[in-house]
Write a protein that binds this ligand. Structure first.
Ligand code: ADP
Ligand code: ZN
Length: 719
């Protein structure tokens, strides 16, 4: 079968062991001559879905892509795997273009990348040219650009409808990383592929850890954050050009190679800074959102948002530029409700009330995300209509210990502020009132209220957290509408009358991002640096960016398993026959020299293919639970597994608790009988069926969340 051939190409040419997500069915569908639409997150591996068929088909595969800046890299990357590819765009001279046409006509080229405007630039000439040769496949990259509902509409994309009309027999694959239901319909309609099979992969990016911190001394926090990551590449997003420039200066003064990027810089400065970043000459790029569309750098280890993005789509896309190589990466957002207020003016669309209200709603959801107490990944995936049954165990909230304290007095202040102003105001105004704001917005009659200024000792952000908590506890109720106000409920009145006390959450974040990073720490760091040098020299002599040669992930794998022979070397993920032949000798020589001078004998076990289990990209994938189980069954304790995997103990416990449901783990293995009895009693006393928080609060520190989860899972079995 041809799919076997496809898998063989994946292994020998691209050096990957197996297909991911929907790669295999998508390729099978194309090979069967059918059209398809493929949705896969950034870094998921969309390209091979047309590149492999391109190598199997006899004729040309035409790839339409709007990202001119990327074409050269993509073509370089293909050539570095020994695949004949070329591109056509406005950056080339006409002599260069003539040469490309010649090579295509003579059948020397299997994949041709072209910008949509180039396709129709000279009337029908390009289409005529395509007719005169044999075309086997059309691939439309960034297909969401065809829809005016998408976030990056490009009118010239709509002309692509012709392709299917003029070439009915040629299969077409549309690819995108962002498209909601509406945009999907648009793609299918405009490309005239009504019968296309649609493949939607999960949008989860398991290797990205999401963290939100309050926007307070964010510069100081940023310095802490990057000083731990001096050798790693990162993107820092700011809202305005001015703040980009300022931050670039400040970080420059601190000794960081950090370059600015925004639409106010001239073209050559932008290109220069972008290239320096791509080539790892500058570790940090500080940018407005103008930066990113054309960025295909696989080893971006972190993305920081100094300011709030306008909606979840943007946040997801921007953070998605981290970790395309599958290695653990960080997304850090500095959040304040002040930013939400500030952005309101930006997102409103003049003269279009309907769109404005959609945009404001989206901004509000971005605010909700910033203020979230529950799993951030689950929120993101839900936003994109994807269900996630369990918390991810790999975001700040999943790792946070939520502690409560007696917040009765704070609650009384907040509630009385609402009552005394006639329950006609929203949280922001009440907070200003409580903090004794001197703002013009304050009504005169409120300045003399007893509550005016009684909450000045608490910051705005904290007040916002408390208000949301009070709403969540149904002491306050938010009205619907554009300007929601806060009403005090009956339970709220009980609090005001002193008949009822209130527990409020305070959050202490455990900084597990550090421990997470130890997972990849057991490779030979100095060797990794040497391998980077080797890669750099090869890249320079071939005039391509370093990651085209090998990703950081591949180098780390080399520095972990220390391959000695060609055979060992091909087992590194990303090494195909072509790369083995062209780059293998240089890398192998460096590795052997390293081992010899240090008297290191590589561990033969590490060289067996089974080691792939340890690949970091799998670490938090769907398989993370099974990995925990395997280690547990091999006799390690929960603490040992946590240390080994660089995950929190509570995360490991939660993993194991999951296996109680299917009987692979017994509750007794995780909880002592004494504790189990106490947890059961607490569940009965508190009359809660499945709320872990209150039970934990009731039982105190001697009980972990994992133990409680385990008992719950056990009880759910009905035993
Ligand atoms: P996308 O276009 O979806 O953002 P790419 O096609 O650029 O993603 O692929 C991202 C990375 O994943 C590339 O380095 C690619 O070579 C690699 N990759 C693709 N398929 C596989 C696979 N089956 N196994 C391992 N790595 C893969
Ligand atoms: Zn989570």
């Amino acid at each position: 079968m041809t799919i076997t051939l496809a898998r063989e190409i994946l292994q020998t040419r691209f050096g990957y062991e197996s297909f991911r997500m929907h790669q295999e069915p998508a390729i099978a569908s194309i090979l069967a001559g059918k059209d398809c639409l493929l949705l896969m997150p950034t870094g998921g591996g969309k390209s091979v879905c047309y590149q492999i068929p391109a190598m199997i088909f006899d004729g040309l595969t035409l790839v339409v892509s709007p990202l001119i800046a990327l074409m050269k890299d993509q073509v370089d990357a293909l050539q570095s795997n020994g695949i004949a590819a070329a591109f056509l765009n406005s950056s080339q001279s006409s002599a260069e273009q003539v040469e490309v046409f010649r090579a295509v006509r003579s059948g020397e080229v299997k994949l041709l990348y072209v910008a949509p405007e180039r396709l129709f630039q000279s009337g029908d000439r390009f289409i005529e040219f395509l007719r005169s040769i044999s075309v086997s496949l059309f691939a439309i990259d960034e297909a969401h650009c065809i829809s005016s509902w998408g976030h990056d509409f490009r009118p010239e994309y709509q002309r692509l409808a012709r392709l299917k009309k003029d070439f009915q027999q040629v299969p077409l694959i549309a690819l995108t990383a962002t498209a909601d239901a509406l945009v999907r319909q648009d793609i299918v309609r405009h490309l005239a592929i009504p019968d296309a099979e649609i493949f939607v992969s999960s949008f989860n990016r398991p290797n990205i850890r999401y963290t939100v911190e309050p926007k307070r001394d964010s510069y100081g926090r940023l310095l802490d954050f990057i000083s731990d990551r001096k050798d790693e590449s990162g993107i820092i997003y700011c809202l305005s050009r001015a703040s980009v420039e300022r931050l670039a200066d400040d970080l420059g003064a601190e000794g960081y190679a950090a370059l600015p990027y925004h639409a106010g810089l001239d073209r050559s400065a932008r290109d220069r800074n972008q290239t320096a970043f791509l080539n790892d000459d500058a570790r940090i790029i500080i940018a407005t959102i103008a930066f990113g569309m054309g960025i295909d750098k696989s080893n971006v280890r972190y993305v920081v948002h100094m300011d709030l993005p306008k909606n979840i789509e943007s946040y997801y896309q921007e953070t998605g530029r981290a970790g395309r190589d599958g290695l653990p990466s960080e997304a850090l957002l500095f959040f304040s409700w002040g930013d939400v207020a500030k952005l309101k003016g930006f997102v409103e669309v003049d003269g279009n009330a309907e769109q404005s209200s959609v945009m404001l709603r989206k901004l509000d959801q971005m605010g909700e995300f910033g203020d979230l107490r529950s799993c951030r990944r689950r929120y993101l995936l839900n936003y994109f209509d994807e269900e996630m049954p369990d918390d991810c165990g790999h975001c700040d909230n999943c790792d946070a210990e939520f502690e409560t304290f007696d917040g009765t007095v704070i609650a009384q202040k907040a509630l009385s502020a609402a009552v005394r102003t006639g329950q006609r105001f929203g949280a922001s105004y009440l907070i200003d009132l409580l903090r004794g704001s001197k703002s013009q917005k304050m009504r005169l009659e409120h300045l003399t209220l007893k509550t005016y200024g009684v909450g000045a000792d608490i910051s705005k952000d904290d007040w916002h957290v408390y208000f949301r908590d009070l709403i969540a506890q149904s002491l306050l109720k938010k009205t619907a509408g554009e300007y929601p106000t806060l009403l005090v409920t009956e339970s709220g009145n009980q609090v005001l009358r002193g008949e009822r006390s209130v527990q409020l959450y305070k959050v202490t974040h455990t900084d597990s991002s550090r421990s997470d990073r130890t997972e990849t720490a057991d490779y030979h760091k100095e060797l990794f640096e040497e391998l980077r040098q080797v890669r750099f020299r090869l890249a320079e002599s071939r005039g391509v960016p370093p990651y085209v040669i090998f990703s950081d992930a591949a180098l780390i794998e080399m520095a972990t398993v220390l391959p000695q022979t060609d055979r060992d070397f091909t087992r590194i993920s990303g090494v195909g026959a072509f790369k083995l032949k062209n780059y293998g000798p240089d890398f192998l020589a460096a590795i052997r020299a390293y081992c010899t001078t240090r008297g290191i004998t590589p561990d033969p076990v590490a060289l067996r293919p089974a080691r792939r289990q340890k690949q970091p990209s799998n670490r938090t994938g769907p398989d993370t639970h099974s990995q925990t189980l395997t280690l547990f069954r091999s006799g390690l304790s929960v603490d040992e597994i946590a240390a080994r995997r660089g995950l929190a103990v509570s995360t490991i416990e939660s993993h194991l608790a999951l296996f109680i449901a299917d009987g692979r783990v017994q509750v007794e293995e995780l909880v002592t009988p004494e504790k189990m009895a106490l947890i059961k009693n607490a569940l009965i006393d508190l009359k809660v069926e499945n709320a872990i928080g209150p039970v934990k609060q009731h039982l105190g520190d001697d009980f972990s969340y994992g133990e409680i989860k385990a008992v719950l899972a056990h009880l759910e079995l009905g035993e």
